[in-house]
Ligand binder design. Structure first.
Ligand code: ADP
Ligand code: ADP
Length: 230
């Protein structure tokens, strides 16, 4: 299972210029297995909303629930979510195998041999089995993206959170990785929230698209609905 219920969620940042309301009363329910993309102009609150689901930002108001349980006060590693970042955010001093094992060692009491087995299975699935002993600095952008995705998959989360995971790749690789992510989504069927500013990604990957602007939802619908009535 992996439903997400976002109810009247608000995020206010305190900054030097005063308070910034980044997310201004967002309500949204994501079904189990659904792939939802969040699009909208820069500064519209996309990352902030995603980071609140992940537990990387506190929630100023409202509630976020996963499978019916409010997670506002649950630490990130216990929310059942795994996030893939634009900058990959791999641990530079760890090789690929260690990068992929680390989260499981930290948050589960699985025995080492089972962790090793899951890492190898996932590495096979992502086509990175030959990279397991390499450090991130020795990998290309596409390889790092694959490792970052593998690191999320290996944790078998209820929910995947993607923050513009393809925007650092060149056009050709972006297309390739998009197809790969779509295939994974079909295979795994894990609930996903995917932030992008790329209309093609939103069109081709989503069950539903959410358009954010000024921290508020402007429109929600299937790709056909959203792009037929812009
Ligand atoms: P998007 O992902 O759509 O580009 P963000 O969620 O990054 O939007 O930002 C939404 C608003 O919140 C912007 O006005 C941004 O400047 C502000 N913001 C984001 N992070 C912080 C922060 N850590 N401190 C203060 N303001 C922030
Ligand atoms: P994105 O649009 O992909 O979120 P940004 O460049 O807006 O990227 O933000 C990158 C980082 O800077 C994020 O961690 C965000 O929280 C932080 N940030 C964004 N806007 C502000 C701001 N006005 N003040 C402080 N931190 C900010």
């Amino acid at each position: 299972m992996g439903t997400i219920d976002i109810e009247d969620v608000v995020k206010v940042y305190d900054s030097e210029e005063g308070e910034i309301t980044a997310v201004d009363g967002v309500s949204l329910s994501v079904e189990d297995g659904e792939f939802v993309t969040i699009v909208g102009p820069s500064g519209s609150g996309k990352s902030t909303l995603l980071r609140m689901i992940a537990g990387l930002e506190s929630i100023t108001g409202g509630t976020i629930a996963i499978d019916g349980d409010a997670i506002n006060d649950v630490p990130p590693q216990h929310r059942g979510v795994a996030m893939v970042f634009q900058e990959y955010a791999l641990y530079p001093h760890m090789n690929v195998r260690e990068n992929m094992s680390y989260g499981l060692k930290l948050t589960t009491d699985l025995p080492d041999d089972e962790i090793a087995e899951r890492v190898e299975e996932t590495a096979d699935m992502m086509g990175i089995e030959d990279l397991l002993e390499k450090k991130p600095s020795n990998l290309s952008g596409g390889q790092q993206q694959r490792v970052a995705t593998g690191r999320a998959i290996v944790r078998d989360p209820k929910v995947f959170l993607f923050d513009e995971p393809l925007s650092n790749l060149d056009a050709k690789l972006r297309l390739h990785m998009r197809t790969e992510l779509q295939r994974l989504q079909e295979d795994l069927g894990t609930t996903s929230v995917y932030v992008t500013h790329d209309q093609t990604e939103a069109m081709t990957m989503s069950d539903r698209i959410v358009i954010l602007d000024g921290g508020e939802i402007q429109q929600v619908g299937t790709p056909e609905e959203v792009y037929a009535n812009p």
